[in-house]
Design a binder for this molecule. Structure first.
Ligand SMILES: [Zn+2]
Length: 461
């Protein structure tokens, strides 16, 4: 497989440290507010990465952390703590806030059919590991103390800024307005922050340096080291992490162990919201649950994401999502139809299309190409049983749940039969709004309805 590695700014052949096994660390969510579809874009992309590596035969150990502490509103180790801010706003404790939004994140994973990561460690449950790591960095001579915390001295790491191609001279010039005058270099960052003397923080811990809380980069190095080792295979994150967060993780890894923490660094671009209509009237960005309320299937959003390349990002609009939903429904309908055709014959995976598909996904996750190959297969003259077998094979990467056993035919309960009848009536009356509403209601109860010429089929999802 070829991966675009931010370390060298080009694609290169992926070679795991251990044969047949891959360790991946993805920077996870800060759980202080509802994840919006822009946040979830990255997790769909990295789900495709995990599924692709599994498809290619690797055993994948992937870690997605939960940042439930110490994330300040500004990158410069100043400003308000996001968790404490959320707590004040909602009148809940920081612990309750963290739990609430961690649960929302998990629901989002489920909606988008993102496989549960191998490990999902919480930062607050790894304070001891973070302290140990800071002690190591300190013992190696990379730290100094100021009145508000323990800082990493970036001048001690000669390659600091190389990863992000940072212009350190320019940063130094720009630093004259720096708030923290005790910092030796503008790029130095906090490893441990002391609790302020005038305010009582809800989250704080004892440490060898005094009561306080960890800086926001140290948790990732501590948890990636614990679960994947001092150097592991792939580190992922948003492209906004390159300049500061990942640059600092690399510095911490060097300070503690004298080596690079990950061999491959992959970064996703963002989804953009061009038109002004994209924000909700309340001002926030759409969540998956907002889209559901608007009548969209969460997997239609997944479909939309798969049509983009993770390094290019995607322009989101309701119109684009509508087209994605139409295409997704079409695929779902075909899958449904092929299933009946395949009852008497076991399909064979098309080698030709499977090879093309594999080649696309192995080329730095070229998903737009992979989706084009999928439709080429759908429109080909393979027989339906073979198309079904090939679709189910591709679905291991696409993740639309076409392959799972629970989608088998079952007895249809009376309640569902009734809703289907009502819907059939609405269709005869050409009341499409009502028929769509009923289709969704049936789907919410776990059944899929597919229209044929004069009748319809029902299937348990
Ligand atoms: Zn991180």
């Amino acid at each position: 497989m070829k991966i675009y590695n931010t370390l060298i700014r080009q694609k290169e052949e992926f070679k795991p440290i251990k044969d047949g096994e891959v360790g991946i660390y993805s920077c996870g969510p800060t759980v202080y507010s509802s994840p919006h579809i822009g946040n979830m874009y990255a997790y769909v992309c990295w789900d495709v990465l995990v599924r692709t590596l599994k498809y290619l035969g690797y055993k994948v150990n992937n870690v997605v952390n939960i940042t439930d502490v110490g994330h300040l509103t500004s990158d410069a180790d100043s400003g308000e703590d996001k968790m404490e801010k959320g707590s004040k706003k909602e009148g809940m404790t920081v612990w309750e806030i963290a739990k609430k939004y961690e649960n929302e994140f998990l629901e989002n994973l489920k909606e988008l059919n993102i496989e549960m990561p191998w490990k999902m460690p919480r930062a607050t449950e790894h304070i001891a590991e973070q302290i140990e790591l800071i002690k190591k960095i300190e013992a190696n001579g990379f730290t100094y103390k100021t009145s508000d915390g323990i800082y990493f001295d970036t001048a001690k790491f000669p390659d600091y800024g190389k990863f992000a191609n940072l212009n350190l001279e320019k940063l130094r010039e720009g630093a004259r307005v720096e708030i923290n005058e005790e910092k030796k270099n503008p790029t130095d960052f906090a490893l441990w922050k002391f609790s302020p003397t005038d305010v009582k923080r809800q989250m704080e811990w004892e440490s060898p340096w005094g009561v306080g809380f960890p800086g926001w980069h140290i948790e990732c190095t501590a948890m990636s080291t614990k679960y994947l080792g001092e150097t592991f295979d792939i580190h992922t994150g948003g492209e906004d992490h390159i300049n500061i967060h990942h640059t600092n993780e690399i510095a911490q890894g060097f300070g503690a162990f004298g080596k690079i923490s990950a061999n491959y660094w992959m970064h996703n671009a963002f989804i953009t919201f061009g038109g002004s209509k994209i924000s909700k009237s309340s001002g926030g960005l759409y969540t998956i649950f907002d889209l559901k309320e608007m009548g969209f299937d969460s997997l239609a959003y997944r479909y939309l994401v798969l049509g983009s390349h993770y390094r290019k990002g995607m322009e989101f609009s309701v119109e684009n999502l509508k087209s994605a939903q139409t295409a997704y429904r079409k695929l779902e309908g075909l899958w449904f139809e092929w299933r009946s055709d395949s009852e008497t014959k076991n399909g064979i995976i098309s080698e030709k299309f499977n090879n093309e598909f594999k080649e696309a996904i192995s080329n730095d996750l070229a998903m737009p190409e992979a989706m084009a190959i999928l439709w080429k297969m759908v429109k080909s003259n393979l027989d339906n049983a073979d198309k079904l077998a090939t679709l189910i094979e591709f679905d291991k990467v696409l993740g639309f749940n076409f392959g799972i056993d629970s989608r088998k035919k079952e007895e249809i309960p009376e309640e569902i039969e009734k809703l289907v009848e009502e819907r059939q009536k609405a269709r005869e009356e050409k009341n499409w709004v009502e028929s769509d509403r009923l289709r969704e209601a049936i789907k919410d109860k776990g059944y899929l309805v597919e229209d044929l010429k004069n009748t319809c089929k029902i299937l348990k999802i």
